[in-house]
Design a protein around this ligand. Structure first.
Ligand code: AMP
Length: 219
């Protein structure tokens, strides 16, 4: 499986959940841009402080030079027999250049964008119940958890927390940025016939099945 693909969609569309399923199913090398940045934001360095302010407090996009740095470092770990799945990248037109440059350095080309679409009202509904494991980053929704499971990650035992950028006033800004910056990226790939669109309102299993079908048809 040597496809190099990207999963894009609005907040809480299920990108991260689906990317993790695909990673297991097809042995993809997984590049979760938001999680990589949240890790950097914890560092007590000038870069860590800068990223923390942007990601956790402002909810806006990190500059392309930082993204390029993070990507180069992460992709140094990819094995030659693995395809790559990018989650939340490229998120703005200027990052398409970065993506193509870095893949060509690795002797690869970009194959496909899977766009998981979700209406705004469901974005708000899902984000209000979203919890994330503070240790391994696994994503949950409290609507699917019994009272006794709402505190701890069922995979690693880490504490479940609300993401700092999931507060209501920040969601609106993030969704606005998605529409202004990321929808043009999606439209561009649609024009190039490199886009497959998936309805994100289905269950995790339904969406996963549809995306698996897309991947199989490409490989
Ligand atoms: P996510 O976990 O995908 O919702 O991303 C969380 C946050 O990380 C975003 O709101 C941005 O601040 C930052 N981020 C993630 N991906 C990118 C990207 N490709 N370019 C710039 N900033 C990003």
């Amino acid at each position: 499986m040597l496809l190099n693909i990207s999963i894009l969609g609005p907040q809480a569309s299920g990108k991260g959940t689906q990317a993790r399923i695909l990673k297991k199913r097809f042995n993809f090398f997984y590049v979760e841009m938001g999680a990589l940045l949240r890790e950097i934001a914890k560092e007590n360095s000038p870069l860590g402080k800068r990223v923390n302010k942007i990601v956790n407090q402002e909810g806006i996009l990190v500059s392309d030079d930082v993204i390029e740095l993070v990507l180069e470092k992460k992709l140094s770990g990819v094995k030659s027999d693995q395809g790559i799945i990018f989650d939340g990248f490229p998120r703005i037109s200027s990052q398409i250049k970065n993506l193509n440059k870095i893949l060509s350095k690795l002797g690869r080309k970009f194959d496909l964008v899977v766009f998981i679409d979700l209406p705004d009202e469901l974005v708000y509904e899902r984000i209000s119940g979203r919890r994330i494991c503070s240790k391994c980053g696994l994503i949950y929704n409290i609507a699917n958890l019994s009272d006794s499971d709402k505190e701890k990650c069922q995979s690693c035992g880490g504490k479940l927390i609300i993401r700092k950028d999931d507060q209501e006033e920040k969601i609106e800004r993030r969704l606005r940025i998605f529409k202004k910056e990321t929808l043009p990226v999606i439209n561009l790939y649609r024009e190039k016939k490199m886009l497959r669109e998936v309805d994100g309102t289905g269950s995790i299993e339904e969406v996963a099945k549809e995306i698996e079908g897309i991947i199989k048809s490409k490989s």
